[in-house]
Each structure stands twice: as structure tokens, then as C-alpha cells.
Design a protein around this ligand. Structure first.
Ligand code: GTP
Ligand code: MG
Length: 171
């Protein structure tokens, strides 16, 4: 009772991918906000699952703030990486940021679980999670557990499957 394991999660991904919308959906309904605006810097949020109490660093994905991400890598015990499946033009930018993350000394040799959300699956002509996974070359991640789910953060679809996976990796 009230003794859930505390876990720090970093929520990363390009601006407009839906990070804040996803985190908002995972919070208890009385803590959810209606109007979500682009994150400035980062914001610290909390949500709980059956066995874990998550503290989320919801980072801004805007280019000018992405250099903040690395300062939190050491503290992160899990990563949620969000991709806008409808944003084909910037898939290569998302891959660049992912590769930079994976090669960072504070991440590279740690068996830290990474949950990918291929978000905005409701958008017309959006890419499937399989296609996103191929474009990001996720199969090359050999030293960390990872999982990808297609999500619609507006409706909360697909999020639970991902969070259940994350919980299983940590508990
Ligand atoms: P930054 O804070 O700037 O890094 O962006 P973010 O990744 O936190 O994105 P945010 O949650 O602010 O969402 C950006 C826009 O995408 C908002 O207008 C959301 O309503 C919209 N959005 C988020 N998830 C979905 C989704 O699954 N489908 C659709 N159609 N729109 C979404
Ligand atoms: Mg945000």
C-alpha cells in the first residue's frame, strides 16, 4: 500500500510528436489538463501503474531545447521515445536524434528499456509501427530491451500496452 517502486522515465522525441499528450493521458483523470501547449525546456510529471510510481521528465522536442536531453540521461531508468508516424519528412531527423541518444556515454552501455510510441496512428497515410521500426533501424538495438506500439494519444489508444511492457521490464 503506497509502497510502489519509484522510477525515473525520460520522455524524448521531436517537437509535435505528442509526448505531452501521451503523458497527460497516463495521469489520473483529475490531474489531466485540457489545453496542451508546446513544452518549454521540460516539465516533470507523475503517474502510477499497479506496481510502479513513475516520475517523467517530459522534455521539449524543439531543436533549441534538445541539448537539454543529455543532462537527464544519467537519472533515467527508462526511456519513452515518441515518433509522429504521420511526419514522414522528419523521420530521418527522429532517427538522427535516436542515434545520438543511443551513442551517448550515459546511455550506450546501459541496459535501459526503451519504449517507442509510433504516435498519431489516426493520421491519414501515417506509417505503421513496423515501417517506423524499419526506418529507425530498431532491429540494430541489441543491448537494450525495446518495444514499439502504435498509438493515438488523443484517444489514449495503444498506450496501456506500452506501459504494461515497460512495467514488466522494470519490476
Ligand atoms: P513538444 O513539447 O513541442 O516537444 O511537443 P510534444 O511532443 O509534447 O507534442 P504535444 O503533446 O504538444 O502534441 C503536439 C500536437 O499533436 C498537439 O496538437 C496534439 O493534440 C497533437 N497530437 C498528439 N497526439 C496525437 C495523436 O495521436 N493523433 C493526432 N491526430 N494528433 C495528436
Ligand atoms: Mg511537450
Amino acid at each position: 500500500l503506497g509502497l510502489k517502486k519509484e522510477v525515473n522515465v525520460l520522455c524524448l522525441g521531436l517537437d509535435n510528436s505528442g509526448k505531452t499528450t501521451i503523458i497527460n493521458q497516463l495521469k489520473p483523470s483529475n490531474a489531466q489538463t485540457q489545453d496542451i501547449v508546446p513544452t518549454i525546456g521540460f516539465s516533470i510529471e507523475k503517474f502510477k501503474t499497479s506496481s510502479l510510481s513513475f516520475t517523467v521528465f517530459d522534455m521539449s522536442g524543439q531543436g533549441r531545447y534538445r541539448n537539454l536531453w543529455e543532462h537527464y540521461y544519467k537519472e533515467g531508468q527508462a526511456i519513452i521515445f515518441v515518433i509522429d508516424s504521420g511526419d514522414k519528412l522528419r523521420m530521418v531527423v527522429a532517427k538522427e536524434e535516436l542515434d545520438t541518444l543511443l551513442n551517448h556515454p550515459d546511455v550506450k552501455h546501459r541496459r535501459i528499456p526503451i519504449l517507442f510510441f509510433a504516435n498519431k496512428m489516426d493520421v491519414r497515410d501515417s506509417l505503421s509501427s513496423v515501417k517506423v521500426s524499419q526506418l529507425l533501424c530498431l532491429e540494430n538495438i541489441k543491448d537494450k530491451p525495446w518495444h514499439i506500439c502504435a498509438t493515438n494519444a488523443l484517444k489514449g489508444e495503444g498506450l496501456q500496452e506500452g506501459v504494461d511492457w515497460l512495467q514488466d521490464q522494470i519490476k
